[in-house]
Design a protein around this ligand. Structure first.
Ligand code: WTA
Length: 632
C-alpha cells in the first residue's frame, strides 16, 4: 500500500490534510482496500447522541481483505508464526494460503452449527493459531466475536456470555502457560451452568487433559472440521455491521461491551499498523499481547494481516523457561518489530542484563510499548539493552474504545522523547480540556484528554446499552469524546499521558474498574463495605489496594484477608486479585456519605503525611487509624 509516511515533513503534511479535509483523506486510504460496493459517504457523525458512521453503505468482508486479497501476491508467505509455550515443541508457520483454507473451513464448520450473520460467538482460548482462525471465521460468516481473556473466571465469563446472548463458545481443553497447565474447558462448563443462550461449544484439543463433553452441546474442533470444505464465500457485510464486541472495565460496575464495526476498523488498524511500525514487506513483526485484549485484536490479528505482514503469536510467558525467552524468540524468528507492555519490560529489567547476553537481537529495527505509561527508567533500559541504542521506541497511546493507536511516534520518522507518546496520528484531532470544559490551547498545558472529531475505528456503542456509551464517553464534555486520561502537552507540543483521571486503575497494563473489584469483595459474607484504589507498584505500574470493613466476629484478620483475595479471584479472575487488603474500622466519608478516595489513594501510596485539611470529613478520626494500619 502506498499510504506510508516516510518523513517528519510528510507526517505534518498528511496530518494537515487529514484535518482540513477528513473525507478526502480517508477516502484515499480506503480506496486501496477491496470493497464489494463503494461507500456513498465517507463519514456521518453526531457526538451528542452519539451516532457515528464511516464509509456509509459500503459493502465488504474484512477477511477478503486479509486472506483472498493476499492469495496471489503473497500466498506462500508466512501470515502467522506460532511459537509454543515449550521451546522444545516445534513452532508452526501458516502461510496466507494455509490460513485462508483453515479460516474458510472453520467458517463452514460454525455455519453448519447454525452460526450466521449477527450471531454472537464467545472465544475463550489460549494463544494458539486457532484463536485467530476462530476470530476470522466469525468475521467470514458475519458473526460477531467476543473474546474473553482466558484468565477470567467462570463468573466473569458467564456475565459476558449472558450480556451478549452468545450462541456458541469456542474454547480448548486446557492452556499451557509457563510450567503450569490451566483448565479452560472446565471454566466454560462452570460458566454455562448460568447461561442458556449457548447451543454449541467447540473445543480445541491442546493439552490433552481430561474434560467433560456434554452430549448434544459439545464437539471437538477436529471433529467439527472433519470432511468440511476449505472453500467459503465470505458473507457481504455493511461497513457499519458489527465486527466484534470486547468487554472492558470502566469506572462503574459491570464491564461494558465495546462495539467495533467492519469498515472503519479495517481501514484504521491497517493504516496505523503500517505507519507506526513502518512495516516493510518481508519483515517479521511480533506483538506479545494476548488476543483477549484489544492490542491482540488490532495488532496481532487484524492490522498486521490486513497489511500482509508476518505476525508472531506466542503462547507462553516472558520468564519461561527463563527470563531470556523473549530474546530467544526474537533471534530465532529474526524479529524486526517488537511490541510489548511496560510491565513486561520492568519485570525483565529486574533480572538484570544477564538473560539478554546470549542473544544478538540484531534483527530488531523498531520497539513498541503499549497499555500504560512507560517510566523513563524502563524506556532507557529497553532502548539501550534491547534496541542497542539503534531502534526507535514507539510509545503508543490508545484504548479498547479507540480501536487503534491514536498518539504515537511513527518509527524513525517522529523524533522520540522518553515517556512521551509524542504526536497524534493523522485523522486524530485531540483537545485538552480543563475540568470546566474549556479548551486549553497552546503548549505547556495539562488537563483532560478529549477528541473532537470522529476517527474510523472508534467505538460505535456499548452493546445493548447505547445510553451507557453516551454517559461514559460523550457527556462529561459535550460534543467531545472523553478518554478518561489526563495528559500534558509540553513546550514542544508533544503529548505525555499522565494516567487515568477516573476510577479506573491500570494493573500490568490491564484495565480494572475499582467499582468492579469492590463489588467482588463485597460478595464475601463478612464484608460490610470496601473501597479500592490504585497505588504505585514497581513492576505492575499500579497495584490494587483494598480498604475493607468486616464483621470480624470469630475470625482472624489474616484468614479473612486471604479469603477476600480468593473471592476476587473467583469472581473476576487472578488479574483483579488485590495486592493489599487492609481491614479498617471505617472509611473516610464526606458529610453526604461519599467515600473520600483521594485520601485513601494518598495513604495507599505511602503519602499519608500530606492529606491536607480533613476536618470537614464526617469521621476524621478514622483517618489516623487507617494510616497506622497502612502498608504494614
Ligand atoms: C492506558 C490498551 C500511557 C490509558 C491499548 C488508556 C497508556 C488505557 C498507553 C486503555 C500509553 C494505554 N501510555 N497510558 N502508551 N496506552 N494506556 O483499553 O490509561 O486496555 O486509557 O487499551 O491504558 O487501556 P485498554
Amino acid at each position: 500500500m502506498s499510504d506510508r509516511i516516510h518523513s517528519l515533513s510528510g507526517y505534518m503534511h498528511e496530518y494537515q490534510k487529514s484535518v482540513q479535509d477528513p473525507e478526502s483523506f480517508w477516502a484515499r486510504i480506503a480506496d486501496s482496500f477491496h470493497w464489494r460496493k463503494k461507500w456513498d459517504k465517507v463519514v456521518e457523525w453526531n457526538f451528542e447522541t452519539p451516532d457515528v458512521k464511516w464509509f456509509v453503505n459500503g459493502k465488504l468482508n474484512i477477511t477478503e481483505n486479509i486472506l483472498d486479497r493476499h492469495l496471489y501476491t503473497r500466498g506462500d508467505q508466512a501470515a502467522i508464526i506460532w511459537e509454543p509455550n515449550d521451546p522444545n515443541e516445534e513452532h508452526i508457520t501458516l502461510t496466507y494460503k494455509e490460513l485462508h483454507a483453515k479460516v474458510c473451513q472453520f467458517a463452514n464448520a460454525i455455519k453448519a452449527k447454525g452460526v450466521g450473520k449477527g450471531d454472537r460467538v464467545i472465544i475463550y482460548m489460549p494463544m494458539v493459531p486457532e484463536a485467530a482462525i476462530a476470530m476470522l471465521a466469525c468475521a467470514r460468516v458475519g458473526a460477531v466475536h467476543s473474546i474473553v481473556f482466558a484468565g477470567f473466571s467462570a463468573n466473569a465469563l458467564s456475565d459476558r456470555i449472558n450480556d451478549c446472548q452468545a450462541k456458541m463458545v469456542i474454547t480448548s481443553d486446557g492452556n499451557f502457560r509457563g510450567n503450569k497447565q490451566i483448565p479452560v474447558k472446565d471454566v466454560v462448563d462452570e460458566a454455562l451452568e448460568k447461561c442458556d443462550s449457548v447451543e454449541t461449544v467447540i473445543s480445541l484439543k491442546r493439552t490433552g487433559q481430561q474434560v467433560e463433553m456434554t452430549e448434544g452441546r459439545d464437539i471437538w474442533w477436529h471433529d467439527a472440521i472433519e470432511g468440511v470444505s476449505s472453500e467459503n464465500k465470505a458473507e457481504e457485510m455493511d461497513s457499519e455491521d458489527m465486527l466484534f464486541i470486547l468487554y472492558t472495565s470502566g469506572s462503574t460496575g459491570q464491564p461494558k461491551g465495546v462495539v467495533h464495526t467492519c469498515g472503519g476498523y479495517m481501514i484504521y488498524t491497517a493504516y496505523s499498523f503500517q505507519n507506526v511500525f513502518q512495516y516493510n514487506q518481508g519483515d517479521v513483526y511480533w506483538c506479545t499481547a494476548d488476543v483477549g485484549w484489544i492490542t491482540g485484536h488490532s495488532y496481532i490479528v487484524y492490522g498486521p494481516l490486513l497489511a500482509g505482514a508476518t505476525s508472531i503469536m506466542f503462547e507462553g510467558v516472558p520468564t519461561f523457561p527463563d527470563a531470556g525467552r523473549f530474546w530467544a524468540i526474537c533471534d530465532k524468528h529474526q524479529v524486526n518489530q517488537f511490541y510489548t507492555a511496560p510491565t513486561a519490560i520492568r519485570a525483565l529489567q529486574a533480572y538484570g542484563t544477564e538473560p539478554i547476553e546470549p542473544y544478538k537481537l540484531d534483527s530488531l529495527k523498531v520497539l513498541g510499548s503499549v497499555g500504560e505509561p512507560i517510566n523513563e527508567e524502563a524506556w532507557h533500559w529497553y532502548h539501550d539493552h534491547i534496541g542497542k541504542g539503534k531502534c526507535p521506541i514507539v510509545d503508543t497511546w490508545w484504548q479498547t474504545e479507540t480501536g487503534g493507536i491514536m498518539i504515537s511516534p511513527l518509527a524513525g520518522v517522529t523524533p522520540t522523547k522518553p515517556a512521551y507518546a509524542t504526536l497524534p496520528l493523522p485523522g486524530v484531532q485531540l483537545v485538552i480540556l480543563d475540568n470546566e470544559g474549556n479548551e486549553l490551547k497552546g503548549n505547556s498545558v495539562e488537563g483532560n484528554l478529549c477528541i473532537k472529531f470522529p476517527w474510523p475505528s472508534m467505538l460505535r456503542t456499548t452493546y445493548g446499552d447505547h445510553d451507557r456509551c453516551k454517559q461514559t464517553y460523550f457527556s462529561t464534555f459535550p460534543n467531545h469524546y472523553f478518554t478518561g486520561d489526563g495528559v500534558k502537552r509540553d513546550e514542544d507540543g508533544y503529548y505525555r499521558i499522565l494516567g487515568r483521571v477516573d476510577d479506573v486503575i491500570n494493573v500490568s497494563g490491564h484495565r480494572m474498574g475499582t467499582a468492579e473489584v469492590e463489588n467482588a469483595i463485597n460478595e464475601h459474607p463478612k464484608v460490610i463495605e470496601s473501597a479500592v484504589v490504585g497505588y504505585p507498584h514497581d513492576i505492575k505500574g499500579q497495584g490494587i489496594y483494598a480498604f475493607v470493613i468486616c464483621d470480624m466476629e470469630g475470625r482472624s484478620e489474616e484468614g479473612l484477608i486471604k479469603e477476600i483475595k480468593e473471592t476476587v479471584t473467583k469472581i473476576i479472575g487472578p488479574i483483579a486479585r488485590p495486592d493489599k487488603v487492609q481491614i479498617v474500622p471505617g472509611l473516610p466519608k464526606t458529610r453526604s456519605g461519599k467515600i473520600m478516595r483521594r485520601i485513601l489513594r494518598k495513604i495507599a501510596s505511602g503519602d499519608g503525611a500530606n492529606l491536607g485539611d480533613i476536618s470537614t470529613l464526617f469521621n476524621p478520626e478514622v483517618v489516623e487509624v487507617i494510616k497506622e494500619g497502612a502498608n504494614k
